[in-house]
Ligand binder design. Structure first.
Ligand SMILES: Cc1cc2nc3c(=O)[nH]c(=O)nc-3n(C[C@H](O)[C@H](O)[C@H](O)COP(=O)(O)O)c2cc1C
Length: 480
């Protein structure tokens, strides 16, 4: 097999994962206000499992609905109403032989900032959050409550069919706030200079989880290996934290950054301007210092690179968020030698900007994601047609592919001498090489599907009838 290390199973605690590709947490706005899940959630996560990932993580399952919730839409792990939806969700993942993972999260100082939220926000110390809200030092009894809540949430996850929990201790959320040496200046055992103190809340929560779920249930911890900004902590602190937690978990997932510093967003979620795999070095560094398996993340999508990370021992697992949004079938395509069919993420961040803007996300190069039901269960056409697609840009190419995949006989007309439309003027910019990949992949798909492509052919109201089509799809750029 070409990617023999990538497709080696790995055992974490008592659970065998069929390969080294894990779908990193992506949170949707998937709950109704009362904590029950939207039906789109199982379809979205199930689709990733269908594509061959060994684990599929569900983002931001909140451990304490009173003090930990970052938005009103999050999954509440202390709400019995969520059990039904979560069980359906895990079912939709487990049926493909993937492990469904619950990301257990607590917003700390970032919680309770939505309309109607409880009026108190707890963080490691009294301070003003970056949005101007006042944060109170978390008192001992709330710390004890939080530790207990983690155990209960993990047990709830296990009962709902999750096969692992991922404890979010990075990206600026509660555990990361306690770890932050500049912020956590508490004078008690939960803070101050010693790393043991700043890591204590994480360690105690991990112990509470282990007690609740037993030794065979794997626990993953997501950390920021470095905060990646001047004045933030660096990899030395990330390594020290990893050493504090390694005896209490089964996988250390090394991400970077903190959302409290806005400019870090495109580093935590590496934008198109950064190199592929730019954050793997942090995982590789942590791996040198711990015996617990380590996962790498950040701008990964190329199977050769994924294989190299595992084979060279930089990490034991590779995690991906956007690459599996752009193409949930990436694992299966790599495994079966269909690399040229992989729709590689361009890192344009359309997914995230849509999520923030309207609560639903889409992908610039995968029209199906977030609309799995429509895509998978759309009824077959009652009648096959001769379809004329006008315009061979991005929209026209995708329309031609979709129509041909549905069995129609498709003619694609482009008035210029090449397919690709407006993307053609960007595709040769070196760091935008994934745009070039995208156009070439679309062209290959069009060819494989037997679409009749006519370049240098303008369709006008006068000549449209001469193509003998039953249906005409005019791509936006072609309508003048
Ligand atoms: C749409 C979207 C939603 C995300 N939601 C979460 C989340 O709920 N929890 C989390 O820890 N990370 C979340 N992330 C961050 C990813 O897990 C990942 O760390 C980041 O995107 C970098 O990996 P990538 O380059 O493979 O996309 C999200 C990312 C995206 C693109």
């Amino acid at each position: 097999m070409k990617y023999e290390h990538l497709f080696q199973p790995i055992k974490l605690a008592g659970v065998v994962f069929k390969n080294r590709i894990f779908a990193s947490p992506t949170g949707l706005r998937y709950t109704f206000i009362n904590g029950t899940l939207m039906p789109t959630a199982p379809q979205y996560y199930g689709r990733k499992a269908m594509g061959g990932a060994a684990a599929v993580a569900v983002g931001e399952c909140i451990v304490d609905s009173l003090y930990a919730k970052t938005t009103e839409y999050k999954i509440e792990m202390d709400n019995p109403a969520a059990v039904h939806g979560l069980s359906l969700l895990t079912d939709s993942v487990n049926r493909y032989g993937a492990v469904c993972v619950a990301e257990l999260s607590h917003g700390g100082a970032g919680a309770n900032r939505y309309p109607g939220a409880p009026d108190v926000i707890y963080g490691p110390v009294d301070y003003t959050y970056f949005d101007g809200r006042q944060v109170k030092e978390m008192p001992e009894e709330i710390i004890e409550r939080t530790i207990q809540k983690y155990g209960e949430a993990a047990l709830m996850a296990k009962k709902c069919g999750f096969g692992m929990v991922n404890v979010h201790a990075g990206h600026g959320w509660m555990m990361h706030q306690f770890l932050n040496p500049k912020l956590n200046t508490r004078k008690d055992k939960w803070g101050g200079a010693p790393i043991e103190n700043r890591a204590r809340i994480t360690v105690e929560c991990l112990k509470s989880i282990r007690k609740a779920v037993g030794p065979k249930f794997p626990i993953e911890v997501r950390i920021s290996g470095s905060e990646c900004y001047e004045g933030g902590y660096d990899i030395e602190e990330g390594i020290a934290f990893a050493k504090q937690i390694e005896d209490y978990c089964d996988l250390i997932h090394v991400s970077v950054g903190s959302h409290e510093v806005e400019s870090l967003f495109p580093i935590t979620h590496p934008s198109i301007f950064l190199d592929e795999g730019c954050n793997v070095k942090y995982a590789a560094e942590v791996k040198k210092h711990v015996k617990t398996p380590v996962a790498a993340i950040g701008a990964l999508c190329d199977p050769e690179l994924l294989e190299d990370i595992i084979a060279s021992g930089k990490a034991d697992v590779v995690e991906m968020a956007r690459a599996l949004i752009a193409d949930p079938d990436l694992p299966i395509k790599a495994q079966t030698g269909r690399e040229d069919e992989i729709n590689k993420c361009m890192r344009c961040l359309t997914c995230f900007s849509d999520l923030v803007r309207n609560g639903h996300f889409s992908c610039a190069c995968n029209p199906e994601i977030g609309r799995e039901e429509e895509a998978l269960f759309f009824p077959k056409p009652a009648q096959l047609k001769k379809v004329l697609v006008v315009g061979g840009g991005i929209g026209g190419m995708e329309a031609a592919i979709t129509a041909a995949q549905r069995g129609h006989k498709v003619t694609l007309c482009e008035k210029s001498s090449e397919l690709g439309g407006t993307l053609n003027c960007e595709r040769n910019v070196p760091f935008k090489f994934r745009l070039d990949d995208y156009i070439e992949r679309q062209k290959r798909t069009i060819e494989k599907l037997g679409v009749d492509v006519r370049l240098n052919t303008e369709v006008t109201p006068e000549n449209a009838a001469s193509f003998g089509a039953d249906a005409i799809i005019a791509a936006l750029g072609a309508v003048t």
